[in-house]
Structures are given as structure tokens and as C-alpha cells.
Design a protein around this ligand. Sequence first.
Ligand code: CA
Length: 407
Amino acid sequence: MFEKTDEVKVLRDPVHGYIRVELKVIWDCINSAWFQRLRRIRQLGGANMVYHCAEHTRFAHSLGVYEIVRRMVTEVPDIVAALSERDKVAVMAAGLLHDLGHGPYSHAFETVTNTSHEEYTCRIIEEDTEITRILNDAAPGMAKEVADVIRHAGKNPLLSQIVSSQLDADRMDYLLRDAYFTGTKYGEFDMERILRTLRIEKGRQLVVKQSGVYAVENYIMSRYHMYWQVYYHPTARSYECIMHALFRRLKELYADDPSDLIEIFRPLVKKGPISLPDYFRLDESSCGYAFDVLAGHDDPIVRDMAERIRDRRLFEYADSTPERVAELQQQLKEAGLDEEYYLGHDSVRQSPYVPYTGSQDSRIWIRMKDGSIRELSDASTIVYSLTHGPTNDDNKVFYPREIRSGV
Ligand code: CA
């Protein structure tokens, strides 16, 4: 038996109403320094430059994912029956902790550090931190079990499907939460209906009853809209592009000897993995301070990029064509600006749902009225059209506003 908190803890949340905690191990994880660090990291790096209220944090998102998992393991009858108490605790902890290793500024930072946040998440859970001790004190071996759920390596595939698959607690929370805080209403969908129609097939695969197909279609459409309107908004990408340019410049200047660089950024310009104590200190408060310090740097590129980040002086963007790129290169040259830093390229591609690649987990399965199981695009005309239509992509080039003033 897992120890309970002395009373049920309820945290108010605008997306879920309440988040309920009654297990001591979950409460202790929430109160750990590593989890509290997520208060200092926003959920959307860059998108808050477009949607000014999108200031919500990884802390709030992680609690939301936990709450959806908690509801799945206590309210969805098939899941309640299929999992042991230990599995339920492991999957709730995995939901809570799945983003623990996120660095500041969302995925922009992963490109800078060259490592995925998942890698850090598992290191924090397993490498003898406060979190490792809290989990293993609750049940010996629990830390590894939780990390295995997150890296899809556990014995029971259901646990990983609940936290991350195609129709999972992580995506459901971030879509609803990001829609709420950006104010984009079409990001919303009927999660209650999805939870009511969730079932388990053959003890190891989450499926949705045919009567839940409309809610799932709505969820897929929400993903489609959120990607293009929020996550891939060119202004958000412009912000990320400037951040990359700044770190490329810092690496160029300091890779061999970082001793003159502001301390917080030293681990970032060195080769090799960042130690957990160094990683712990990298958050949006410390980085925000560092950008302000760098805005007074001697190097004009470092100074300009840091100022641009601090003051939201973003790059302009245009569709990328060979002619336009050549023209911009010429203009940068005339202005005496190095295109290595002042010409950004970014191309994104997104399909809201890809039915035919990857593992079993990367598809959504529908249980039809006759009991047969169909992959979502075989059960929904809307999803069929979306997946068989042309893929959407967007190639942009980013450059400082000043150089095109005469065009
Ligand atoms: Ca997440």
C-alpha cells in the first residue's frame, strides 16, 4: 500500500477545475526542488511573443498531465481493472514527471544543447536526485519503473500509451492548456467524451469506442490548428532563430575557453553533457538575466542578439525561395552583416496524424460496433481526408528588418 497524504490536496486549475493529490509520493515529488524548477520554465518558448497571455509554465502543464492520468486510472473502468496499484502509481508519477528535464525556452534549447529533454528527464529521475529518493522510498525500484514508462521501455505498454502515444494525457493537456492561455478557441476539444469512450483491447492497447470517433476527430483538428496557429507561428520561430544565432556566436567565441563568459552559459558552450547541478540552474529567470548582461557585451553580434531577445526586436520573415535568399544575401553583404547570424532558415512540416509509420503506439485505434478494431483513418472520413491530402509545410527565411527597408 502506498502512503496517503493526511487529507486530499486540491490545486485549482483553469483547465481541469481541480487537480487532486492523495498520494504522499506524488505530493513529495511536487514539493521537490526539481519539480518546483518547472515554475521557472514556460510551456511555450517563443509563442508568448505572439500570444501575450501564453505565460503558463511547465509546472502547470505537468500537474495537468498528472491529473488526466489520475482520472484515467481511477475513472476509466477498463484501466482501473487492468492495472495493479503499483502500476497506477508509476504511471501517475510518470505523467507528473515526464517534462522534468525540459530546459528553458521549450524546444529552442534542445537544439542548442543537442540533447532531448527526455534524456535529462530520465537522468533526473534515476541519477540519485531528491526525486530518485522520493520514488524509491515509496517502493524499491520505483524510480527505474517511472523512467521506463517515460522511455517506452516498461513491461506493460499500456502505461506508456497513457502518458505518451497519439491520444495521451500529455497531448490532451497541452492542447487544452495552450488553447486556453493563447485564447485560440478552436484548440479546444471534448476530453470528457474521449475519457468516457476509452477502452482496452486484449489487455495491452488503448482503443476508443466508435461512438467516441467524433470527439477524436475534433482532437485531431485541434492539433492541426494549434500547430499552424501557435506552435509554428513564424513570429515564434523568429524568436527561436535569434536565440540559435546568439548561442552559435557564443560557441564560436567561447568554445575553447569559456572562463570570460557569464557563468550560467558556460556549460552550454562546452562539448559534452551538462551536469545535473548545472542543468538545474538553467531556467528562464537565470537566462533572462544573462541576456540582459550580454546586451552590454563587447562583441556587436552578441550584443545585438541579446538585445533583440530581451526587447523583442525580432527578425522579419518571408517565404524562402532561391531568388529571395540570394537577394537577402546581397543586402546583408552591403549592410556589413554576417549571414551566418543574420540570415535564418527554418522549415517545418506537420501532419496532425500519421497513420502508417512507427509502432502500434503511434496510431489511434477504434473499436467498431461489431467489435472489430480499425485504425482511425479507416474509421473517420475527416481523418482519412487529412492524412491523404497534401502535406503542409512552410519554409521561411528570417532577416533583420533594417536591410529590407528599401525593398
Ligand atoms: Ca509535455
